[in-house]
Design a protein around this ligand. Structure first.
Ligand code: SER
Length: 318
């Protein structure tokens, strides 16, 4: 039985793929993406997940037990093409929900996001159950998706599992099109010893997480016994939270001259509607979630990884 990752070469897919291969063996993972990767180190299949026939065809020809559906347009990109983003984000989810309903695989992981919250949501320690009035296309599609996940669980018994990811920081593969991408960009500029112009306001606090925690949380949720899971929409998940100013300060401990200028744009308006911090007690209670990375540990990992792979010349004392 294989694990199928759709969107396998994106920010999360790239690392989840490696983690799943480590856990289940190299040929237990099938990597699908809409573009061919530069180097194929897993079993790869070209797939446009918006095409129902292609999705069904693939699942009918392979023995798949778990699907990780990571293909989506993120918040900032979705605002540039609202109709298209809605269509893509919902269509891929429905294709997989329907395939699951038909028994073509057993378990579906689909990520939701802090973007499901909105301007009237309590900002601090945002609870699992609260006001949700997202005002971005991305957030609306994630909230609708959560409701559909739960619906397929309740009506058809499909084993669906989901996490509301915060902004995710990683150095191996960059994020693309998100509001929280600024945090990753900052590291690249710092290591190039260039000033960074930040599109989010200096004091805008957002929930964030290092990629290793995100991958670990995903694996933990997927291997948790079904009867432990009280939530089939999507679990709140918390790692760290910081403002751009705090992140810049944390980077300056290792790169003292790093400068940041602030020119907030439309992405600041998106960020302003999202929580400052998240209450993830259900994840902790139901399947033992504990993040491992605090701000400083994450900063050190990011700097070390990027220096080693992309900026060997950077002056840095870790
Ligand atoms: N990182 C995502 C974004 O900024 C939030 O889920 O769009």
């Amino acid at each position: 039985m294989k694990k199928l990752i759709i969107g396998a070469y994106g920010q999360i897919g790239s690392e989840l793929r490696v983690a799943l291969e480590k856990r289940h063996g190299l040929h237990s993972v099938m990597a699908a993406d809409i573009r061919k990767p530069e180097s194929e180190d897993s079993d790869f299949v070209l797939l446009d997940a918006t095409e129902k026939d292609s999705v069904f065809g693939l699942l009918e020809s392979e023995e798949v037990d778990e699907v990780y559906l990571l293909a989506a347009l993120l918040s900032a990109k979705a605002e540039q093409m609202p109709q298209q983003a809605w269509r893509i984000n919902m269509q891929v989810l429905f294709n997989l929900l329907e395939a699951g309903k038909e028994g073509l695989f057993k378990k579906l992981f689909w990520p939701s996001s802090i973007a499901v919250f909105g301007p009237h949501t309590p900002k601090q320690h945002t609870p699992q159950y609260t006001v949700m009035d997202p005002d971005t296309v991305y957030g609306i599609s994630k909230l609708a998706g959560e409701r559909w996940m739960e619906y397929y669980f309740e009506k058809y018994g499909l084993d669906v599992r989901s996490l509301r990811y915060p902004g995710i920081l990683s150095w191996k593969t960059a994020p693309g099109g998100g509001t929280t991408d600024y945090a990753v960009e900052m590291f690249h500029y710092a290591l190039r010893h260039e000033p960074y112009v930040c599109y989010v306001a200096p004091g805008e606090r957002l929930p964030m997480m290092y990629i290793d925690d995100a991958v670990e949380g995903t694996l933990q949720l997927m291997s948790a016994p079904a009867e432990k899971l009280r939530i089939r929409s999507s679990y709140n998940l918390s790692g760290i939270d910081f403002t751009p100013e705090e992140l810049a300060r944390a980077i300056r401990r290792y790169i003292p001259g790093f400068r940041v200028e602030y020119r907030p744009d439309f992405r600041q308006q998106i960020a302003a509607t999202w929580p400052d911090s998240i209450d993830d007690r259900f994840a902790r209670e139901d399947w033992g979630w504990r993040p491992r990375f605090d701000l400083d540990k994450m900063v050190r990992e990011m700097l070390a990884g990027l220096k080693q792979t992309q900026y060997p010349e950077a002056e840095l004392s870790l």
